[in-house]
Design a binder for this molecule. Structure first.
Ligand code: ADP
Length: 357
């Protein structure tokens, strides 16, 4: 998954580089800066002294010392002064320059904190959006694994209108699904008890399946139809050879990419899917993706709900109101919002598995 939103102490992440939200002196401070210096040890401070500070928006690299990361990329975020003082541009530069520095160092993975959103006061949701925008732009041209660390999840959720709308949608649909299931099960139980206890009686209530005609087990019309077509001389192989196999998941995926006039790379990037995995799916018509991967492609293709589900069925899945994650995804699809990073932000906030691979 090229961009992953995670909740973890950045000093513990094993990747090529972690980014430090430093101050202009580069000599350590509070928040994430202090945590990084404490975990890296004195060697980091000694090297930082030699860098002679850093301007807002710039990025400078040191080794990682006692950290699991090989490098620390230090960048200085803007202080929030109301939003009309170039804060957005400067914050974008922090992410951009840090990514370019990582690329220059040959890093394959990097972890960012939400720069400026602590002591420097940048509104968390907006700071998060800037991060996602710059990182996803960068990933359009470069392959790298980028972790975006959301240390303070409640700060991200606070005051965001979009989560209250999602909450409402979950309430309306997730709860309703549980209600429906309860009743659906009761219907099945009722039908089964009639079938087992009084097989020869005409049913007093119409069966949910349709005709209202009660059949004994072993005498169902679908079974009869199937066995009726079974010639004694035919082997199972003969029968299966005669069955038309549907288009597979990867065949549908490639067809849809062509129909939409997309490039392969455009599709797997929009799906937050790693290039190598896409190649595997491309070259194997029988590839069975995980549910997250299948959904990610349906999102990237911007399929309306019907086709969205059709594509999932090809991989053996469907969106179900019994899973909160599916309800959240359905909410976005119905709204026509196919931005995978926004969907992942919501899934992250509700502690659900993220889309992509
Ligand atoms: P700034 O001065 O740039 O605002 P802060 O360190 O005060 O920097 O905060 C930046 C972000 O880093 C905040 O969102 C804060 O929650 C987060 N943060 C603080 N400690 C850690 C940590 N150990 N790992 C990851 N993120 C952290």
């Amino acid at each position: 998954m090229p961009l992953q939103i995670i909740r973890q102490d950045i000093t513990k992440i094993e990747c090529d580089a972690i980014v430090n939200a430093a101050n202009k002196t580069l000599l350590g401070g509070g928040g994430v800066d202090g945590a990084i210096h404490r975990a890296a040890g004195n060697g980091l401070l000694k090297e930082c002294i030699k860098l002679h500070g850093c301007e807002v928006g710039e990025a400078k690299a040191t080794k990682g010392y006692k950290l699991p990361a090989k490098y620390v990329i230090h960048t200085v975020g803007p202080k929030w002064k109301g939003g009309d003082n170039n804060e957005r541009e400067l914050l974008s530069l922090c992410y951009k320059n840090s990514l370019l520095k990582a690329k220059e160092l040959g890093c394959e993975s990097i972890a960012f904190p939400l720069i400026s959103t602590g002591v420097y006061g940048y509104p968390v949701e907006e700071g998060f959006n800037v991060a996602v925008e710059v990182i996803s732009d960068f990933l359009n041209d470069c392959d790298m694994l980028v972790y975006l660390v959301v240390f303070n999840k409640s700060a991200l959720a606070a005051g965001s209108k979009k989560f209250s709308e999602i909450d409402e949608y979950i309430d309306d649909n997730y709860v309703e699904a549980r209600y429906d299931l309860r009743y659906a099960n009761r219907d099945i139980e009722a039908e089964e008890s009639v079938a087992f206890n009084a097989p020869d009686m005409a049913p007093t209530a119409p069966s949910k399946a349709g005709s209202g005609k009660m059949e004994k087990r072993g005498e169902r019309s679908d079974e009869a139809a199937f066995t009726g077509g079974f010639e004694a001389a035919q082997t199972p192989k003969d029968i299966f050879d005669g069955i038309q196999i549907d288009e597979s998941f990867s065949q549908m995926l490639l067809r849809k990419i062509d129909e939409k006039g997309m490039k392969d790379s455009e599709c797997y990037k929009k799906a937050n899917i790693d290039r190598k995995l896409f190649s595997k799916i491309r070259s194997n018509p029988h590839y069975k993706p995980s549910k997250q991967t299948a959904i990610a492609f349906a999102v990237a293709l911007e399929l309306p709900l019907g086709e969205f589900n059709e594509m999932l069925v090809k991989a053996g899945y469907s969106l179900s109101h019994s899973f909160k994650s599916d309800v959240i995804i359905e909410y976005f699809v119905k709204k026509g919002n196919y931005n995978i990073f926004e969907i992942n932000e919501a899934l992250f906030m509700y502690d659900q598995a993220l889309l992509g691979a």
